[in-house]
Each structure stands twice: as C-alpha cells, then as structure tokens.
Design a protein around this ligand. Sequence first.
Ligand SMILES: [Cu+2]
Length: 487
Amino acid sequence: MDRREFLAGGSLALATAGTHSFAEAAQRPLPIIPMTDLIGGIEGRIGLDIKPGTHDFGTGAMSQTLGINHGYLGPVIRAKQGQTLPFDVANNIGDVSTIHWHGLHIPGDVDGGPHQEILDGGVWSPDVAIVQQASMNWFHSHMHGKTAQQTYNGLAGVLLIEDDASLSADLPKTYGVDDFTLVLQDKTFDGVGRMSYELTAEVFEDGFQGDTMVVNGAIAPVQQTVPTGLVRLRILNACNARFLDLSMQTGPMRVIATEGGFLASPVEVESILMSPGERYEVLVDMGGADTNALNVNLDGGGGFFANLFGLNQTTTALTLVRTGEQGFTGSLPTKLANLEPPRPADATVTRSFELQMDVGADLVALALDWENFCGNAGAMAINGMPMKMDRIDEKARKGDTEIWRISVDDMLHPFHVHGCSFRILSQSGAEPPAYAQGWKDMVHVDEGWSEVLVKFDYEAPEDTPYMYHCHILEHEDCGMMGQFTVT
Ligand SMILES: [Cu+2]
C-alpha cells in the first residue's frame, strides 16, 4: 500500500463515518451568493473588506469564519472585458493576508500573490484591468504559509467576466433563476456543528479532506427550484485538496466552458473530474424529469483502495426541482466560440517541473526558514527546492510561447500557473478529456508527464513575480511552489 492509497482509504473512512450526521436534515435552500454587478458601470472604488465573521452552515451552530464583505466567502463579482476594476481590499482579520485573482491575465504587481501582503489594518488598492474573454475566475487568500487555513476559513469569492459575445450568446443568463454559481467545498464539523480544521502530518501529506460537502456555504444537499429548459451551472471546486467527480442523477452534463472561456461547442459527458481550483460551466436539461440532482463523488482522486473497501461515496450536492414555468427557451447551442487547436510547434522554450513530496531531511529546516508551513510533515518541493520568497526559479520572456512539462513523485496533484491561460497538450501522459481541451489555468498531474502550452503576455518583475504551484493548498503552504518572472 503506498501513501496515496493508504491516505485515500483513511480519508474515505472519515467520510463514511461523518457525512450523515448533519446532511440528513430536510434539504436546505441553495444560498444564492450576493452579486456585485459592475457591468452597468463602476462608481468610485470597489471595497472588499476582509474580516472575521460567524456563519451557520446549517448545523444550527455558529462557526468562526472569515469573509469578504460577508460573514463567510465573498461576493460574486461580475465585470466585463475592457473594464478596469479599482479595488480597495481592506484587511481586518487580525493577521496578514493577500487576495490573489486566480485566472486573471494581469501583470505581477496586481496579481495578489504572496508578495502583495496586506497587513492587518491595511488596504491594498490595485487597479485590475480586465483584458481577457468571458470566463469564470475566482479570488482567494495567497498568504504564503497561511493560504490553506485562510481560504478554508472563508477568504474566497467568484469573479465572472463577461464579454460582448457572452452577453449576446443564446444561453441561460439570469442569475439565480437559470444561471447559478456554485462554490463547492468540503468541511469537517465538530460535535456541536462548528467548522473545524485540524492539521496533522497526514493532512499535510494528502491535503485537507473534509467529510461534509458544502455548497455556497450550506451543507449539502441543497435544493433549488428552476424553470423548464436549460439551466446553467458555473461550478468552482474551492476545496483545499479534494478532487470531485461530478455527475447528474439523470442524463448527461454539457460542458460549455473551462477556466479560461468557452469551448468550441458543448461537450456531452457523464462526469467531470474536477481538481481544487478548477472551474467548469455546464448546461443541464430540465425539460424532462421533475427533479434532477448534481451528485459529487467525494473521492475523485481515490482509486484502488477506495474501490476495494467500497468507500467510494457519492453524495448529492444540489437537487434541482422543476417548477413547470418556462425559463430559457433556446436549445443547446451547436457552436460556442472559435477555439483553434493548440500549436506546440510555436513553442521556443521548454521547461520541466517535478512536484516532490519526499524531499531530503536536510531541506526540511531550510524550508521552515523560508516561511513554508508543514507542521511535522517535513517539506515539499518543486525541482528539489521548497518555495523561497526571495529566489526566482524561472525567467520567461514576454510574448514567448513555452511548453511546461510537469511530473510528480507521488500522488495526483493539481498544478496552477499565475497570470495566464494555457492549453493542455497531455495530462498524466494521455490526451486530456475533450471537456478539458479549452483554455485552462489548472492541469492534473499524476504518473506520466502533463504538458501545457503557454504564452505570457504581461510583465512580472523580480519584486512581484508570478507563482506556479500545486493547488492542494496544504502542499502549496508546505513549499510545493515556485516563482517566475516575465520581462
Ligand atoms: Cu500537491
């Protein structure tokens, strides 16, 4: 039994034991996250207040949380390509933090990575120019060594970008009616129902695995009434470490968009394997049955031992109940966007990265010195080096097309690159599934190379470099991260 298999079995045993206690109550309504809609215009600066809060996930007990303008999580911000968003991010959590704009094509000095610390009581005021096409992005804490805990506690929100094409597209787009934003997370709760987060060496190794699914801050399953017709789900896996295998109870999902924009045409699938940090938009047909449900297998990354012990747990995240009213009257689109195949022949640079769990003991003390946080778990690394804030690992040239090849020494990891979208050429040694062949900023890495084709169009100088890292947040905090400049 290797570590991957042992931990998958262990975490699932927890899921089996714990999932029922709070989830068997009558279904709660799906919380519709309040939207900050900027498309009609922006007056003054956009305030984002990072602050402590309290939140009832549905257990009846108030949990101590963090939030952005809210008690838990942040708003759904909606903006349009061409706008510049003047944010004032005020930090009052009693600790240093940052807010990273995950997925945005923006220069390093407004990226919100670990170099843009916002001290407690401080305000960070980046003007974020939205240049990219319609896409689902998000923002979350990226405070090095504290990203996992702060994001788990609630420092995360959604940033939807629209453009002329998406606004005029014949797709469901009435927020909270036929167009839903879903933030999926896994949590653990203590005996009285307060959110908890404990870090043991095992948790560092495998990443935090909660036993309870939460959708938009409410314990699953949650329920939502929808009109007849196509319904659009914009889904973010905001788990710290869990891969989620998503499927519908009845019928297929049609995937219409990946992290960086629309696919060429809808891709019909039975399931999607979603890593932490990934976003997918899907259409679900509510023209037939009176109810349907979005199901989540909590062990998308599980494998052999999970199957052996019968521990593959499928739970309902969201039940859709059809009201009978007619909603979106269009049909499934045949074409969504122009999406050229990637052209690896354009690449002039190739870089290789190995994500490493097992670094030598001599590196562990150094890793702690370098502000990595691993508990007693040792350290993690990329290419033999844990993250170090004042070391630049790679230097890219603006405008160059590059191939990045990523491998791992153990278990499945989600790899993320800042400041860009890329295309996946291969994933764990195989062709990526059709639904993952659009613009991405996350790629799964298991045995075999994952290769992405990437071009950097914005600058990230030495004092505000971009990051590349594993998006299992405990691994990232533990040193599985590196820095690169674009000049
Ligand atoms: Cu990892």
